[in-house]
Ligand binder design. Structure first.
Ligand code: 3H9
Length: 655
């Protein structure tokens, strides 16, 4: 029979009495208004046509349904609404089977839950990522999932946004089977085998019993991890409601909550972050450039940074050759890497076999000649220009002509390093954040002469490492440290103007940062920035405002937490205000004749935000950052800016 078309994105074909309805809305089959309208029309047709005895619902391409169309969230809603389409599917008189061929997320899983049976391909992924967008499921997820898998398991999934594999979904009871054959053929056979009288409607099921302890534990775990965010707490409340309220009442309350959260500032910010992440790493003109093939990565230096980068590369499936100065250091480096993998096993991120597999792909040696096998070499040695330049010149004489050379410098000029090599077009910066095997952010530094395919390769590599790449031009400290320096400078100005470090930290922590700036300085240590200030002293513009307090702290041996004293004192490890620091601050103000004024928390946040945004605007005008949203991502993923505020550029625009 010829194909039927119900909308631009919904088509169907009748096979053996089963109407196979296909959603084809690239890239992820999101539930746009056209998809919803097409689905409603397809079910209308299936209801009326006696030749149809059942329906199979599936997705074209590699997704089943990626969820509601997030692009529609900021716009006026268009009928038919998803909950209505879903209720119609659940109540449908003929059997409906979901053939879940790939990602079934959010609204996509809600559609699947309303079907009478669910068959998944082994590659399917299921979950409710809504909380990551600051919302809760809005089309029945919080009411139907617990009816299938119980309250505790539903709280765990919905309040965390955790995505599960097909195998786990089967174990939990979300899907009825995982098809190892041809999914669609299995689903058609399944739909034919169910009699209309025996369909199982999820919303009509009673909730599987669970212990009060398990439910309370799931709820308290979820709330602890939520760290004050609204959506996870609302998800817990709604799932609990499923246990006591009739379906329709639960659905109505879920819908009300969904709409309130969808229209909140937090959700707008998290949507911005979602799209920012998809835009990051896209470079105009690079779309058609093929990346080079990377199989083996050389990493020079296996200290704190190098060992983290190595674990990241091993996690990405690469072979790694780690280079150290001598056999003893190589042995230590290998132990450090094995230690990080042990921790990953302890925390459940890697299993024992995964650890062995990773170690089997690792060599740590003092024999630099082995780098002839490397497709890219990343250096992670001491951040000193002479050391790095000399290393790159040596690498030039060892590696193949097609090998890419990357520097992990935080502050040095990679153009200077590149200029010292024979082939500067193969050089770029890869600025990892510590700990490099955990932190997602990777600043990819596009140097003056970096070849387009070298940049494309670095971006492809970043993706395979599971990193979030943001492209930065060359500037001291790249995007993140430039903004952070402006933030630091402004925070110190404010101390001089009258705010105390603890007031500033408290304001920023209340805003959503895990730590305020002065607590961060103490944690990171004050001496590196001090050394840099001393280096810059000779060239500093004497008319530029300069705050001496941090220098005085260092002169007094107060280098931060590791010396037990910095901007704060740390008796028994507890951050406390130190009168000695207060006296130093007062003295510095008095020397400049500054009469201290008081600041509200909002003024503190506004001033720091403005400093970050001004620096961000400069980075954009200099062409160092390609888009404002890249700056937001750097600050969120590298410097603790709260994602729920969308990053400094977004937040300032909303204020
Ligand atoms: C929801 O469902 C609410 C309901 O409960 C209630 C409703 C009433 N919408 O990630 P990728 C775009 S909330 C619009 O690189 P991958 C994305 O912007 C939703 N667009 O692909 C990108 O566009 P571009 C709950 C979307 O293969 C392109 O698709 N669902 C959506 O690495 C490729 O994206 C989620 O939160 C969307 N829902 O991964 C799932 N999703 O090419 C969010 C993606 O122009 N999505 N795009 O840059 C994902 O997790 C991943 O995209 C997925 C594919 C795993 C599906």
């Amino acid at each position: 029979m010829s194909a039927l078309r119900f909308s631009d994105t919904i088509s169907a074909a009748l096979t053996d009495g089963i109407l196979v309805v296909t959603i084809d809305n690239a890239p992820v089959n999101a539930l746009s208004s056209d998809v919803r309208a097409g689905l409603a029309a397809a079910f209308e047709y299936a209801e009326k046509d006696d030749a149809v005895v059942g329906v199979v619902l599936t997705g074209a391409g590699s997704s089943f349904i990626g969820g509601a169309d997030i692009k529609e969230f900021g716009k006026p809603p268009v009928e038919p609404h998803l909950p209505d389409v879903i209720s119609r599917i659940e109540a449908f008189a003929k059997p409906v089977v979901a053939a879940i061929n790939g990602a079934g997320l959010g609204g996509g899983l809600e559609v699947a839950l309303a079907c009478h049976r669910r068959l998944a391909a082994p590659s399917a992924k299921l979950g409710f990522p809504e909380v990551k967008l600051g919302i809760v499921p809005g089309a029945g997820g919080t009411q139907r999932l617990p009816r299938l898998i119980g309250i505790a398991a539903a709280i765990d999934m919905i309040a965390s946004g955790r995505i599960v594999s097909a195998a786990e979904a089967l174990k939990l009871g979300i899907v009825d089977s995982v098809s190892n054959n041809i999914l669609l053929a299995d689903a058609i056979a399944d739909a034919k085998s169910i009699s209309a009288a025996a369909v199982r409607r999820t919303g009509y099921l009673s909730i599987p019993s669970g212990t009060v302890e398990a439910i309370e534990k799931a709820a308290s775990d979820a709330l602890r991890k939520a760290r004050g965010q609204r959506a996870p707490a609302e998800a817990v409340r709604l799932v609990r409601l499923a246990a006591t309220a009739p379906l329709l009442e639960g659905l109505a309350e879920e819908r009300r909550t969904f709409i309130t959260l969808r229209d909140s500032e937090e959700a707008a910010a998290l949507r911005h972050v979602f799209f920012a992440e998809r835009a990051a790493g896209k470079v105009e003109g690079l779309e058609a450039v093929a990346p080079r093939k990377i199989e083996t990565i050389g990493i020079v230096g296996t200290g704190l940074m190098g060992s983290g980068i190595t674990v990241s590369a091993l996690n990405g499936g690469y072979r790694v050759i780690g280079i150290e100065q001598n056999a003893e250091a190589a042995e230590k480096g290998r132990d450090r890497i094995a230690g990080l993998l042990d921790k990953a096993v302890q925390s459940g991120r890697v299993d024992a076999a995964g650890r062995e597999d990773r170690l089997s792909r690792l060599t740590v040696t003092a024999d630099m000649q082995q780098l002839v096998q490397a497709d890219i070499v990343i250096e992670a040695v001491f951040d000193d220009l002479a050391v790095k330049t000399e290393l790159f010149q040596r690498l030039d004489g060892i590696v193949r002509a097609d090998t890419i050379l990357a520097t992990n410098t935080s502050y040095l000029d990679p153009d200077v390093i590149a200029a010292a090599t024979k082939l500067p077009e193969r050089v770029l910066g890869l600025h990892f954040f510590s700990p490099a095997h955990i932190m997602r952010l990777l600043e990819v530094v596009n140097c003056k002469k970096t070849a387009p395919d070298v940049l494309a390769t670095a971006l492809a590599l970043a993706k395979r490492l599971g990193k979030l790449p943001v492209v930065s031009g060359v500037t001291e400290g790249f995007i993140g440290n430039r903004i952070f320096s402006a933030y630091r400078r402004e925070a110190e100005y404010m101390v001089e103007d009258g705010a105390s470090p603890q007031e500033i930290d408290a304001a920023l922590e209340a805003y959503g940062f895990p730590m305020g700036p002065f607590a961060v300085f103490d944690m990171a240590g004050l001496e590196i920035a001090w050394a840099r200030r001393k280096r810059q002293a000779a060239t500093r513009d004497p008319s530029e405002r300069y705050v001496v307090i941090a220098d005085r702290l260092c002169e007094a041996g107060r280098f931060g937490q590791k010396t037990g004293r910095g901007w704060y004192a740390y008796p028994e490890g507890n951050r406390t205000v130190d009168p000695e620091v207060t006296a130093m601050i007062e003295a510095a103000r008095a020397e400049k004749g500054i009469v201290p004024k008081s600041f509200t928390a909002d003024e503190i946040v506004s001033r720091l935000l403005k400093a970050m945004v001004d620096e961000g605007d400069t980075l954009l005008s200099e062409g160092i950052a390609a888009r404002a949203s890249d700056i937001d991502l750097v600050m969120i993923n590298g410097y603790g800016f709260p994602a729920s505020k969308g990053g400094p550029m977004f937040a300032a625009g909303r204020r």
